[in-house]
Design a binder for this molecule. Structure first.
Ligand code: C2O
Ligand code: CU
Ligand code: CU
Length: 509
């Protein structure tokens, strides 16, 4: 395995422009890439809509949600059952929903056979509520984080985050949405599951007997990204369709894949309107025909339909900006139909997308001008793998820093930062693509490029519990492509320790 990796490193070093040693080797390289499911689907299964989980509201006003993580069985391929994991059900989990200003708490009960954790991806909350590797939940235990929603409307999500087990636990099916609502002044479709439809897109490898193939979950050999599946699930539905009942539909897209970078568009190349990215609405809508979404990223789009038509949402070959070999190995040549959208004979009218979505937010003012340089090596960050005791960065509460993220290697990576949101200042000096504008928490970092971010940190000070930053290709994250930072107030700064009490964080499943 390590020999193969060295070979790959060498191939990458010469930019993929190599004479491959033998035709057989070339065939091996290509056999598992350039895949397509086009023509294999019949779009026969109605899209599952994750139910909204009603909280109980106690006398103190706290909205309490209850999630139970457990193993179950799901019919994915027709006539077979697959062992899957889920929250409050056999696969995926319900949608949690709360408004800015709400106080929420979640009882996360782990009935799984392994220790796990549950992370609120994109949520602005204290580090010890974050659900990362420092908040493991052992089997039979209930973890009870609570916090106040203090961010604008956005499509967030939750998933396990135990170091070295994240890829497997997400792959088996634990994931769900957390929708944050805010002032409803913007006129966008809002009827959940009707004209405001979540689409959690995930790829899986499923054997004919229904068994979930976990063989390539970690990287190694020619598996440079971890597992890329050929079966697409949307909200845990294989071969899905969704009925359209209104002239306009808002789709909340989440790339919930372990590794696959999606380049989303419609088979008739129709234009759609991007209205929100990871952390909320854009200031103005952006017309687009294609949208790049790396693992962990979200995008909200509004699509117009004519009565009686149908169209397929597809993942097209993605412009990964990798060399041809690594582009293919990372799935950049693949084409996958995701879901068919079928419009009813008569559509209810929908309001047009407003020209202004939210007052343009002023570019964040950088408070610490010297950039934090982050070198993404292949499976390393700044030359090191994740160490739960190491503090990679200390940030000041409420500060804005420039993070300069460089992928000097050949493998596609992305970067996700917890406990913060950021604006992309530029990619190799050029302004970001529309899907990388607005407030974000995850961004694609193409091979050979430098992405500059203005990262705004939260107000929660904690000298003991770090937030994580990492590549969201889960095999890379599990391999240690993750670092951690503390956010501390001026008063707390003198008590920052040299190392952290790593506790349980280093133990995987
Ligand atoms: Cu979506 Cu650190 O994770
Ligand atoms: Cu996160
Ligand atoms: Cu990576």
């Amino acid at each position: 395995m390590s020999t193969r990796r060295r070979v790959l490193g060498w191939l990458g070093a010469v930019g993929g422009l190599v004479v491959l040693p033998a035709a057989g080797f070339a065939g091996y390289l290509y056999a598992d890439s350039g895949r397509s499911n086009v023509g294999t689907l019949t779009f026969r299964n109605r899209l599952r809509i994750p139910p909204i989980l009603p909280p109980t509201v106690a006398a103190d006003g706290v909205r309490r949600f209850r999630l139970t993580l457990a193993a179950g069985r799901t019919e994915l391929l027709p006539g077979t059952t697959t062992n899957t994991w889920g929250a409050n059900g056999p696969i995926l989990g319900p949608t949690l929903r709360a408004s800015r200003g709400d106080r929420v708490s979640v009882d996360v009960r782990n009935n799984l056979p392994e220790t796990t954790s549950l992370h609120w991806h994109g949520m602005h909350l204290p580090a010890r509520m974050d659900g990362g590797p420092h908040q493991p939940i052992e089997p039979g235990v209930t973890w009870r984080p609570s916090w106040t929603i203090e961010q604008r409307a956005a499509t967030l999500w939750y998933h396990p985050h135990l170091h070295r087990s994240t890829a497997a636990h997400v792959y088996r099916g634990v994931a769900g949405l957390f929708i944050v609502d805010d002032d409803p002044a913007v006129r966008l479709p809002t009827e959940y599951g009707v004209d405001d439809v979540p689409l959690i897109v995930q790829d899986r490898r499923i054997a004919d007997d229904g068994t979930l193939d976990e063989s390539d979950l970690t990287f190694g050999g020619l598996t440079i990204t971890g597992l890329l599946g050929d079966k697409i699930l949307v909200n845990g539905t294989y071969d899905p369709y969704v009925e359209v009942l209104t002239e306009r539909v808002r789709l909340r897209l989440l790339n919930g894949c372990n590794a696959r970078i999606l380049y989303v568009g419609f088979t008739d190349d129709r234009e759609f309107t991007l209205v929100a990215t990871d952390a909320g609405l854009l200031s103005s809508p952006q017309p687009l025909r294609r949208l790049l979404l790396s693992p962990g990223e979200r995008a909200e789009i509004v699509v117009e339909f004519r009565a009686g038509e149908s169209v397929v949402l597809r993942g097209f070959p993605a412009p990964l900006r990798a060399n041809p070999l690594y582009g293919r190995l990372a799935g950049g040549s693949d084409t996958h139909d995701l879901i068919k959208m079928t419009a009813a004979g008569v559509l209810r009218p929908s309001p047009p997308v407003p020209a202004e979505l939210t007052p343009a937010s002023p570019a964040p003012t950088v408070t610490r001008p010297e950039p934090f340089r982050l070198e993404m090596g292949d499976f390393l960050l700044n030359g090191a793998t994740m160490d739960p005791a190491r503090i990679d960065r200390v940030t000041r509460t409420g500060s804005v820093e420039v993070w300069e993220v460089a992928n000097g290697q050949s493998i596609p990576h992305n970067l996700h930062v917890h406990g913060a949101s950021f604006h992309v200042l530029g990619v190799d000096g050029a302004p970001p693509a529309p899907e990388s504008r607005g407030e974000k928490d995850t961004v694609y970092v193409p091979p050979g490029s430098v992405v500059r971010l203005a990262v705004r940190f939260l107000q929660h000070s904690d000298v003991r519990t770090p937030y994580m930053f990492h590549c969201h290709v889960l095999a890379h994250e599990d391999a240690g492509m993750m670092g951690q930072f503390l956010t501390v107030s001026a008063q707390d700064e003198p008590s920052v320790p040299v190392t952290l009490d790593a506790g349980h964080a280093q133990h995987g499943g």
